[in-house]
Design a protein. Structure first.
Length: 314
């Protein structure tokens, strides 16, 4: 099938944005982890002080501590291990200094029983995810279960991005939900409404929402749309140099659409940075090409982990 020239150009402009290459733990990662562990240390110390000062609240304080550790204890242990692996002696010294500082700072003789009850209630809400973002996101990123099953984070912790039709969405109102630990980022390219990147914007995985106007002379008939959303049409959506994996017609929020999977060698400034796997959903609506494209590193284990997230609701 040959697409009209203008439409082919429109579709080509929606081709992949190459993800960043593999990275090691960055200084920003270390700062985030240290902040979150400090947050959790302070909470534990406060609860222990409440147990000592108000014996009648000891059971409630211990229960709140247990609930929080049940939700996030594995993530705290994983973050602690990551910093130990960087420099065991330095991290042990840092923890001792942190514990001493927090015990002194949080020693509040004037704490009332009512304040203690309020704090216990706050911790129980935190155990359900009611935590400020800077601490919550690392807890989600480092949770072993979420790392093995990314869709599990999305099932419980998600945010919603809404485009009201202005700017890059070109009159199209749309919304997309994404995992709490992912970062919504502005993109330089004119047709990318928003991109979302895992691990607070520092990870390997990404999602991209694009809207591109179809030239008036290239509006498609129903037959041409059917052809565009066939397996043959899906093959034409693969960017030059990419390798087609699979494609099929789908319903895209009630509209006819296509889903195509392909892999592509990535390069940056002439340097190869690996092979990436892409899963793209595409539809036509009111003279626009709308696509949602996901990307990961191209290995079977990574693809298997993220596939349930990228196909959520399909």
């Amino acid at each position: 099938m040959n697409l009209p020239v203008g439409l082919a150009v429109a579709l080509a402009s929606l081709s992949c944005v190459t993800p960043v290459s593999a990275r090691e733990l960055s200084n920003d990662d270390v700062r985030d982890i240290s902040h979150t562990i400090g947050f959790c240390f302070a909470q534990t110390i406060s609860l222990e002080q409440i147990e000592r000062k108000f014996p009648t609240l000891a059971t409630a304080a211990a229960a709140a501590k247990f609930e929080f550790e049940g939700s996030f204890g594995a993530a705290v242990a994983a973050m602690n291990k990551a910093l130990e692996d960087l420099d065991p002696a330095k991290w042990e010294g840092t923890k001792q200094q942190m514990s001493k500082f927090l015990n002194e700072k949080l020693n509040r003789p004037a704490l009332t029983e009512a304040q203690a009850r309020d704090f216990i209630a706050t911790v129980r809400q935190r155990a359900k995810g009611g935590i400020e973002q800077r601490a919550l996101q690392p807890l989600l990123i480092w949770d072993p279960h979420h790392r093995s099953h990314p869709a599990s984070e999305f099932a419980k912790y998600k945010k919603k991005f809404v485009a009201n039709g202005e700017g890059k969405s070109k009159g199209i109102k749309l919304q997309i939900e994404y995992p709490e630990s992912w970062a919504p980022l502005e993109a330089e390219r004119p047709n990318i409404v928003r991109k979302f990147v895992s691990e607070r914007g520092r990870g390997f995985e990404s999602a991209m929402v694009s809207v591109k106007s179809i030239p008036p002379g290239d509006q498609l008939s129903k037959r041409e749309i059917d052809e565009a959303f066939s397996v043959a049409g899906a093959r034409e959506l693969v960017p030059p140099g990419g390798t087609f994996i699979s494609g099929k017609r789908i319903s895209f929020d009630g509209l006819p659409g296509v889903m195509v999977t392909f892999r592509l060698e990535g390069d940056r400034m002439g340097q190869q940075i690996g092979t990436w796997r892409f899963l793209m959903y595409m539809t036509f609506f009111r003279g626009k090409v709308i696509s949602v494209q996901f990307s990961t590193r191209d290995d079977d284990a990574t693809s298997a982990r993220f596939d349930p997230l990228f196909r959520w609701g399909r």
